[in-house]
Design a protein around this ligand. Sequence first.
Ligand SMILES: [Zn+2]
Length: 115
Amino acid sequence: MEIEYKITKEQCAKKIKGVCSYCGGRLEPLKVNDGSKYPTYLSGCNRCQAFNEGVDPEIYRTAKKIVEEGFRYHSHLKDKESDSLETKQYKTKCHIGDTCILIKKILEVMKDENK
Ligand SMILES: [Zn+2]
């Protein structure tokens, strides 16, 4: 018997826009293993192993730039001397990912106000 998907891989692939908000990489349909009878696919990043709605490459570049300039979205994820390379990369990804969402939100609000 063929498995019935709520959202097929092809449907998911068609809806994918932009790049991964954590690493700027390519998004692809990732299978959701929630144990349900009808599995589904969601947009995600294989490199980050995370589901991800995607952002404009321009937003990603902007977020990356302001994080590189020292902006820290999460105050509890401050840089520490003792951080390993993996920890540093993980923290940077978190700051960039959530800064992307912040920029996206700011742009939406500004667009609304300019109507
Ligand atoms: Zn990624």
